[in-house]
Design a protein around this ligand. Sequence first.
Ligand SMILES: [Zn+2]
Ligand SMILES: [Zn+2]
Length: 347
Amino acid sequence: MKALVLHKKGDLRLDEVEKPSPNENEVLLRVKAAGICGSDIDRVIHGGVYSFPLIPGHEFAGQVEQVGAGVDPNLVGKRAAVFPLIPCKKCPSCEIGQYAQCEDYDYIGSRRNGAFAEYVVAPAANLVLAPNDNITYEELAMCEPAGIAMHAVRLANIDIGDTIAIFGAGPIGLLLAMIAKNTRGCKVLLVDVDSKKVDFAKSIGFADAINSLETDPIEWISEQTDGIMADVSFEGAGVSKSVENCLLATRKFGKVIGVGIPHKDITVSMQAYQVLLRRQLSLIGTWNSLFSSLPKNEWKLTANLIANGTIDVSPLVSHRVSLSVGIAPIEMMAKREEFFNKIMYMP
Ligand SMILES: [Zn+2]
Ligand SMILES: [Zn+2]
């Protein structure tokens, strides 16, 4: 089969490799769509993986082609998204179904071969079957970033009609916006430093979006909320300025939700930290998504919302490319050479 193999840092090549076969409790999927995550930039360009060679790709969907021993043969032909984290099912976190906190997990696309390939193997337990025929493979592949956004929205415990501020209008920020608006009736205020992202947010129905390099976001949020400030602020950029803005943008007794992963130290001003104290804010961290049945499998929930039209994630797919273009789209993302949202390999 054809696959994009990462041989060493910065060296991702289209190779002919052996098609994998499913072991016990696994399935073989024909990959139909595989999104490039921001984290793949670090993985591919900077070699941030556990071993070489590796096929990256963890945001994907495909059709089950073959099942291993112990797997229901009726799964063959089914369309599915895949939760890429493979939990150990032995540690204390796994005991309570908090797989994202597993202490000894495997991961499709970073610790074991992923989906930038024609085929990929995954545990049958990690499949999220397409809820109906309407949902496309691209949309199923969006369940990974959308599941992360869903998790953040659920942890924020947003009330109906809350005003939320989102700092960072990339794919996760926009998915957060869609889920909060369409499931909780939120007023969404979006802030980014990239005018193209702001314009794109407006084009998909988020009129209240600004470039914080041009408009003071705190003054703007104050105006938008009659001086009360946002009920909940989401930090989606993972940078100090954005964390600072989140604190200042949040109302008394409000919540600040951390979603963006930082790559440098985060520092905030004394004034912002005092706001955290004086306004008695709650600062809540979020990580990945919930994949156990109780209280709710956030992947299945997300797939259902997409399939029944509650949220429309398809406009977020900005580029569709074949495996033959190789590393090019990942380099483009790293250099921010052109506007992009979610870029998908369509093997
Ligand atoms: Zn991802
Ligand atoms: Zn575990």
